[in-house]
Design a protein around this ligand. Sequence first.
Ligand code: GRF
Length: 198
Amino acid sequence: MLQVQKQISVAIFASGTGSNAEALIRLSRLNTSYYKVVMVLTNKEQAGIYEVANRMHIPIEYLTDPKDSSRMGELLQKNNVQVIALAGYLRLLPADIVRHFDGRIINIHPSLLPEYGGRGMYGDTIHMAIYNDKKPYTGITVHYVDEYFDTGSGLCQSKISINECDTVEKIAEKVKKVEHEVYPLMLNQLCKIIYSQQ
Ligand code: GRF
């Protein structure tokens, strides 16, 4: 079996329950992984992500002001971060960070963008809107991150049938399951490309 010798250093930015962060860290520990998670960054003082990071022995940094690009840059540099994966991070990234990591910041969004995207569209707000619109399907999008909400170019989408989901919670659960499968694979794919270009 392929054993990757040197891995791309990834920072996860997360402020929620951390379930996607956990899925990303899990894949990083397989010997086929092209990335290792070197740090988690959060802008929340209390969130599930702390429990995930501690349990999985990943250093977690709290950033008081998400607009403070010099502190953010310092933390990323200190950990030699090459790629950033947003996983439930709800703030825009400073423009200079976006420029510095051009093509090396990705996000996962729980809808088929551009549908149900933009400022304020996250978590259950999205699932509720889809439920109210009586959509037979929803989906997820993995995309590059720019300076705006959910407008970076897409890397992949998965369409998810929700015909049988009669509550918002069931939609949310089904979407999360797909996120946990797809996001680590996409991050690994991106890191494999970056690895091959080094
Ligand atoms: C996920 O639904 C993801 O698509 C979105 O934020 C949510 C984070 O959930 N960007 P979790 O904290 O990973 O459970």
